[in-house]
Design a protein around this ligand. Structure first.
Ligand SMILES: [Zn+2]
Length: 461
């Protein structure tokens, strides 16, 4: 009976997908929703393909999952991933539907799944991944995720005992998950930019979990990421099995030490959080058995997905459209750190708001007070454009961050903001949320049209 119900769910799910695609819809969640409604134990009933890789954590899940899927594909594996879909149970169920044929037989070699950390309890115990990467655990939206310890306890309870873990040794929050499981750690050695005391507004892991003494750091990268030790009881961060020993931005490459041998790989993206994502993918797939040559070759031709990072030219201005995740103060701080420490005369256009949520609920705007906007207080950042319905909240936040009022352009209409902003700038960072991506693409089009003409007029005068 259970199998019959499963097959009905599978066929309905496949039919729903075909129909939605015919109507030119994305079809990332609904086919999975159909499957789970008809067959609540769809995850357990689905026959798994030979290799199942999952990626979870607060930040970096999408980028890491996409890299893992692309690297496996480059190595000759047939892969299904939820890269365009949702990372909650319905999106994962849709991916499972794609991974089997109409008689339920696996038709791919591997599944590469992004799994939402809170929804992991509904997914991991039934999917039984062979591997699970946990990128990190930070404070996230208070409404959705409460606090990092709450998410830690969910993962610690529901990760299957036989799953091999790939953990970030520099994140004390997530590296302590499931100590009974087999695991490998990745870590980045001390960098010239590291400090020994936290400069961020948020540090989610500052006290020794053994004796409650304040932790000290051999080096601290950002927030609680770094190598910590307890001066009283000897508790300390784990050592990396895959250690990034050299980060060479000029040569565009990283060196990874594993089992006493160093290997060199191209850097996919300059932002340090993306270097962590790349290192996680390298650690996972090296442990799985892919060769350095295969990984290095595939990474050489890879970029971060365009919905997360895209560079174009608007006249003489380099336009960088990138994500600054709303309601996620750590992720947003990473973007501010990245933009703040880039070089050249630049402007920053911020269109991150939560109007989409205010239709039926609301998020406490206080999260913007946890974001390190202070990183934007740089002499070579010429203008900060605050656009969209939350622009006045941001204006107050920027002033408190010490940014001079004359650098701020405050405009509720994103398109009008393009008209009034300064166009004579080397680089422009267009920062958007997941929910404002489509709008950001329209604003980007306007910038691409308006900037070159304005610069030509300027040059002619
Ligand atoms: Zn201690």
């Amino acid at each position: 009976m259970a199998r019959l119900r499963y097959f009905l769910a599978l066929w309905a799910s496949k039919a729903a997908y075909a129909l939605l695609r015919l109507l030119k819809h994305n079809a990332t969640m609904f086919p999975g929703q159909v499957a789970l409604t008809l067959c609540p134990d769809y995850f357990a009933q689905t026959r798994k393909c030979p290799h199942v890789f999952c990626v979870t954590g607060t930040n970096g899940k999408t980028t890491t999952t996409n890299m893992v899927a692309d690297l496996l594909t480059a190595a000759g594996y047939k892969v299904v991933s939820n890269r365009y879909g949702s990372n909650i149970n319905t999106g994962v169920a849709t991916a499972l539907t794609h991974s089997v044929g109409i008689f339920g037989k696996p038709k791919v070699d591997a599944l590469a799944l992004e799994v939402d950390e809170k929804f992991s309890r509904k997914i991991l115990p039934y999917i039984h991944p062979d591997y699970l990467v946990v990128t990190n655990l930070f404070r996230d939206s208070i409404k959705r995720n409460a606090h990092p310890e709450f998410i830690f306890n969910i993962l610690n309870t529901y990760i299957p005992k036989e799953t091999r873990l790939v953990l970030n040794a520099d994140c004390l929050q997530s590296s302590r998950l499931c100590p009974g499981n087999e695991r490998v750690f990745f870590a980045i050695d001390k960098l010239p930019t590291d400090v020994t005391a936290c400069v961020n507004l948020i540090n989610d892991f500052s006290v020794c979990p053994e004796c409650d003494t304040k932790l000290e750091y051999e080096y601290l990268r950002y927030h609680h990421i770094g190598k910590a030790y307890c001066p009283k009881c000897g508790f300390r961060s784990f050592d990396g099995d895959y250690r990034l020993t050299n980060l060479d931005y000029d040569a565009g490459q990283i060196t990874v030490l594993h089992d006493g041998a160093e290997s060199v790989y191209p850097i996919v993206n300059r932002a340090l959080y993306n270097v962590y994502n790349e290192l996680a993918a390298i650690a996972l797939l090296t442990d799985f058995g892919l060769s350095r040559e295969t990984l290095a070759k595939a990474l050489g031709g890879m970029g971060v997905t365009e919905t997360r990072y895209k560079e174009t030219k608007a006249g003489k201005t380099v336009l960088i459209r990138t994500m600054a995740k709303g309601q996620n103060s750590v992720s947003c701080s990473r973007t501010m750190d990245f933009v703040g420490h880039e070089s050249g005369e630049r402007s920053v256009f911020i269109m991150v708001d939560d109007m989409y949520e205010r239709k039926d609920s609301h998020e406490f705007i206080g999260w913007i007070w946890d974001v390190d906007f202070e990183f934007l207080d740089q002499p070579d950042i010429r203008q900060i454009i605050l656009a969209g319905p939350r622009c006045y909240d941001y204006q107050l936040r920027m002033l408190v961050a010490g940014i001079p009022a004359e650098k701020l352009v405050v405009e509720p209409d994103e398109f009008k903001a393009v008209d009034v902003m300064d166009k004579d700038v080397d680089k422009l960072y267009l920062l958007h949320d997941t929910s404002t991506l489509d709008l950001a693409i329209e604003v980007e089009k306007k910038i691409l049209a308006v900037f070159p003409a304005a610069q030509q007029r300027e040059a002619a005068q």
